[in-house]
Design a protein around this ligand. Structure first.
Ligand SMILES: N[C@@H](CCC(=O)N[C@@H](CS)C(=O)NCC(=O)O)C(=O)O
Length: 246
């Protein structure tokens, strides 16, 4: 039985993205296995009861909920104190994962839902984003001047919604939301979790993700993207700060 944690992931999946963000912040080393959802390896299906990514194989259990993986990583090490979040953060995450994600999917994949009104679904998603925009007025993060778990948990989904039609998204009256999203998209942590990996297959060399960083450089969301190779990441730690010094 494997002793080290194995993360089954898919680069563009927002759930997998937030799991990788938390693992990166925690500086916990995991073996990364990229999955193509249209061609799931047998070993993945044996691991993940739900057949969904992300899934984290631990020695004694499997976590197949992204939020559980985030919490697992941050309970090991939480240098940014992301878990130190007001109670309200949990309800923001629940709304994101529930009604917002549903409205997002109904908008993005509208042809799959012929019985639903795409415009109404987009409006439902937008109502939630207006609330986030109001919350972000005068602050860089959902709860103030430093990010919390909620920022990491929500941003990949807001990105996914924005990508449906970025021109439309940018034309909406939510400047604080756009600034929050753009800071995230321009950040090094985002660049690092979006590095590309070939889909895993049996017998491949192990690919490491999220471990200790050799240099002590601190990167902030205000800095431009700075890409690294997979080899570099394998030796890296938690220098990335999803935080902004004021
Ligand atoms: N509740 C799960 C949802 C994960 C999920 O739905 N992931 C999608 C990809 S973004 C997936 O694996 N879908 C299975 C498939 O497309 O076959 C979590 O938070 O991890």
């Amino acid at each position: 039985m494997t002793q080290h944690p194995i993360l089954w992931t898919f680069r563009r999946c927002p759930y997998a993205m937030r799991a990788r963000l938390a693992i990166m912040s925690a500086g916990v080393a995991v073996e990364l296995r990229e999955v193509l959802l249209r061609n799931k390896p047998h070993a993945f299906l044996q691991t993940s009861p739900s057949g969904t990514v992300p899934a984290l194989r631990l020695e004694d259990q499997v976590l197949d909920e992204s939020l559980d993986i985030m919490i697992w990583a941050l309970r090991k090490n939480d240098p940014q104190q992301l878990l130190d979040m007001p109670e309200e953060g949990w309800s923001l995450i629940a709304t994101n994962d529930g009604p917002f994600k549903a409205a997002l999917d109904h908008t993005k994949y509208a042809t799959r839902y012929p019985d639903l009104d795409e415009t109404a679904e987009r409006a439902k998603a937008a109502a939630y984003l207006v609330e986030l925009n109001d919350r972000l007025n005068g602050r860089h993060w959902l709860f103030g001047d430093r990010p919390t778990l909620a920022d990491l948990a929500l941003l990949p989904f807001v990105r996914q919604f924005a990508q449906i039609d970025r021109v439309w998204f940018d034309a909406q009256a939510w400047p604080h939301l756009i600034a929050w999203l753009d800071r995230f998209l321009d950040s090094e942590p985002f660049a690092l979790v979006m590095d590309k990996y070939a889909p895993w297959s049996e017998g491949d060399a192990q690919v490491w993700f999220g471990g200790k960083r050799a240099s002590k450089t601190t990167h902030t969301l205000d800095q431009p993207e700075n890409r690294h190779t997979a080899d570099e990441i394998a030796g890296q730690g938690n220098g990335d700060r999803l935080s902004v010094s004021r």
